[in-house]
Design a protein around this ligand. Structure first.
Ligand code: CO
Length: 440
């Protein structure tokens, strides 16, 4: 795969993944294309033969791994993780309301979304729907309306003269999308809309009873290259589907002769406390099944490294004072190693050194980030995974602007650099991460 093919593939992956559910479905399709076999947590596994496997949880979280030899020998795993979710607007269970001739849908804010960019966008609806079929059986399907069905119009500046100087957004009252014109007597039937979407792929769903759903709004504008030479990529969900894509591509491109594992967690943007989140027991439980012997499992974890990939804050030319003056990651400058003295990032001087060597081996640049002392620092799945299973961890990510906006911006080659560094990590000869003893 070369850089242009990489970008085409990235665009396709993110554009077809408006929600974490779709990201996992598209990840599964990629893994199946490369011969990965499905496992289910509800099955008995026994001792797995060497090969490639994957499993999902909640349809929004995924673990994929390759085993080169019997893991009961305590052979370490090279592990990497990212998150499938992005901040956005989630549709409430009873969404329809009508006011002043318009039908609207109520939404909750999911995660730390930058809300202003959500106004005046052609929005669509996607996610997971639970329904019962004609025989009363419970069914679960993904839907993606793909066409624009909602818009959140701004208030005209003539009605808000302070809009450019002092704008605050009330999440309950200001952020209610319009979906139809409506005479008050005839509000639209939201369940009928969902039935129509389901029936496109499941004709029997035309009469379905909609039971519940996990649906989100998303911007229908696709990813695109921007810049005089196409130097930038702008689009939704680059944080963190760009990293999910790089991890999966590095995994499937590096063959099946090493022990490797990729985890894509949901719910990072809301604190990771869920069955599918990094504070949940998913990874720990899979390691316990791969290494049933506790002693061998600890030997394996002690020799493993976890690369936590999540986008980093590039320096914004208009707001450079928001960065520490000696730590200014640039767009196009390659993956960023993120450190924080208070362990908001899990990197340390040793795991950062290991990652820098993977970048060197791949021939890609890398950079350093630390937050200013007078601004609070974000976090990632890195510290949660490190603390949860006790694995040496490094936090890295491509530099980006406009994090958590409805459209984010990255340099066009930085994801490609991350993929190459991850491929170097996954393809090294030795199985274990040989951390040198400190030499006093
Ligand atoms: Co992120």
């Amino acid at each position: 795969m070369q850089a242009n093919d990489y970008l085409d593939d990235l665009f396709s992956y993110i554009d077809r993944s408006p929600t974490a559910y779709h990201a996992v479905a598209n990840s599964v399709a990629l893994l199946q294309d490369h011969g990965f076999r499905r496992l289910r947590e509800t099955d008995t596994w026994g001792i797995l033969a060497p090969g490639s496997y994957y499993l999902t949880r909640n349809d929004s979280c995924l673990i994929a791994f390759t085993l080169s030899r019997n893991p009961q020998t305590g052979t370490p795993l090279r592990m990497a993780g990212a998150h499938t979710d992005s901040p956005g607007l989630k549709i409430k269970p009873n969404p329809i309301q009508t006011r002043h001739g318009c039908a609207q849908i109520g939404v909750e804010v999911y995660g730390g979304a930058l809300l202003a960019p959500w106004f005046d966008r052609p929005l669509s609806i996607a996610g997971r729907v639970s329904w019962s079929d004609n025989d009363g059986a419970l069914r679960c399907s993904l839907i993606d309306c793909r066409r624009p069905v909602a818009v959140i119009p701004s208030l005209a500046i003539h009605l808000d003269r302070e809009a450019n100087d002092n704008k605050s957004i009330n999440k309950q009252t200001d952020l209610v999308p319009l979906v139809a014109l409506s005479a008050d007597a005839m509000p639209p039937d939201f369940h009928a809309l969902l039935r129509d979407e389901l029936a496109g792929r499941n004709p029997e769903a035309a009469q379905a009873t909609i039971l519940a759903f996990d649906l989100f709004l998303y911007d229908t504008q696709l990813l695109c290259r921007v810049g005089l030479q196409g130097e930038f990529v702008t689009g939704a969900r680059l944080d963190n589907l760009l990293s999910c894509h790089a991890l999966l591509q590095a995994l499937v491109q590096s063959g099946t002769d090493r022990n490797r594992l990729v985890i894509l967690n949901d719910h990072e943007e809301v604190g990771s406390m869920s069955t599918a989140g990094a504070q949940g027991p998913f990874l720990q439980s899979i390691l316990e099944r791969l290494y049933p012997d506790a002693d061998l499992r600890q030997q394996a974890i002690a020799g493993s490294l976890f690369v936590s990939a999540d986008n980093a804050h590039a320096v914004h030319p208009n707001f450079a004072a928001k960065h520490d003056p000696e730590h200014l990651p640039r767009l196009g400058g390659g993956p960023v190693i993120k450190t924080n003295a208070n362990q908001r990032y899990a990197s340390n001087g040793l795991t950062g050194a290991l990652f820098r060597r993977f970048c060197d081996k791949a021939g890609v640049p890398c950079q350093q980030f630390v937050m200013r002392n007078d601004l609070s620092c974000g976090s990632t799945i890195g510290p949660l995974t490190a603390a949860g299973i006790g694995v040496a961890t490094v936090d890295v990510g491509v530099p980006q602007l406009a994090m958590h906006s409805i459209r984010e911006t990255v340099g066009h080659l930085d994801g490609w650099y991350l993929l190459r560094a991850l491929a170097a990590f996954f393809s090294e000869e030795d199985q274990g991460i040989r951390c040198p003893e400190v030499n006093p």
